[in-house]
Design a protein around this ligand. Structure first.
Ligand SMILES: O=C(O)c1ccccc1NCC(=O)[C@H](O)[C@H](O)COP(=O)(O)O
Length: 258
């Protein structure tokens, strides 16, 4: 089993418990459930913004604790203020130390927010809507093409956008009309190695009309320039900012160098 298999096995148990605890009806009664959502796809191509989807993540399977002290409200406010095109907030608790409360805190900012989690069930998409997300992530490695189509169609019925994440050429066939953006995760989930060349290799085989997002292992403005020249519109960055004592300052400094 690789780490994704382990995460998904646990996620199935968690979702079953949450479904038994909070009904879909209750989720639909959340105040945020009917708020107008914001488009990350549009924000990524906006000329005045950076294209960066700035991530708040306390810990990860590959790095352990990254930052146990930085407050989600402070960090996401700074990410927004200094030009992020969108926010990514981990809501997985066991492996990433995140929560729905983190996303609710980030919702104070008026920019698109990606619920970063491991989605296997429509219930989690309704949850994403209820806690104020604008975008969900679907990971091709743990879903069939038909599951991607069905989950993405459900997300669209709730006015949520979909970022489909692929890791290699074999997952290109998961790209369907229902997804809005295609992300390439540079992190090999078997070895945890990150290689930007994964993004550079795949971009020419991705549909040009769906913004491409390079994910993981981005740590320099030069890399953003290279990825942008190759055609990427979005850059998902977490650890590079979160590993600093003050991620807000790290983000502001990074943006100045773009
Ligand atoms: O980060 C991990 O260790 C990880 C392990 C297993 C599945 C997913 C994982 N990360 C999720 C992400 O995709 C990253 O948080 C995101 O792309 C940002 O990456 P980075 O800039 O390298 O923190």
């Amino acid at each position: 089993m690789n780490i994704l298999d382990t995460i998904i096995a646990r996620k199935k148990e968690e979702v079953a418990i949450r479904k038994a605890t909070v009904s879909l009806d209750q989720l639909e009664k959340s105040q945020l459930y009917t708020r107008p959502t914001l488009s990350l796809a549009a924000s990524l191509v906006h000329p005045q913004r950076t294209g960066i989807i700035a991530e708040y993540k306390r810990k990860s399977p590959s790095k352990g604790i990254i930052n146990a002290n930085a407050q989600v409200a402070d960090v996401t406010r700074a990410y927004t203020q200094f030009g992020a095109s969108g926010l990514s907030v981990l809501t997985d608790e066991h492996f990433f130390g995140g929560s729905s409360d983190d996303l609710l805190a980030a919702r104070e900012n008026n920019i698109p927010i990606l619920r970063k989690d491991f989605i296997i069930d429509e219930y989690q998409i309704a949850e994403a809507r209820a806690i104020g997300a604008d975008v969900i992530l679907l990971i091709a490695a743990n879903l069939t093409t038909v599951q991607v189509q069905q989950l993405a169609a459900y997300a669209k019925s709730l006015q949520l956008e979909v970022l489909l994440e692929i890791h290699d050429e074999t997952e290109l066939d998961h790209i369907c009309d229902e997804v809005d953006m295609v992300g390439v995760n540079n992190r090999n989930l078997k070895t945890f190695e990150v290689d930007i060349n994964t993004s550079l290799r795949l971009i020419s085989r991705m549909p040009a009309h769906k913004p491409g997002v390079a994910e993981s292992g981005i740590s320099s403005p030069e890399t953003i320039k290279t990825l942008r020249q190759a055609g990427f519109k979005g850059f998902l960055i977490g650890e590079n900012f979160m590993k600093q004592p003050d991620p807000s300052v790290a983000f502001a400094d990074f943006v100045k160098q773009l």
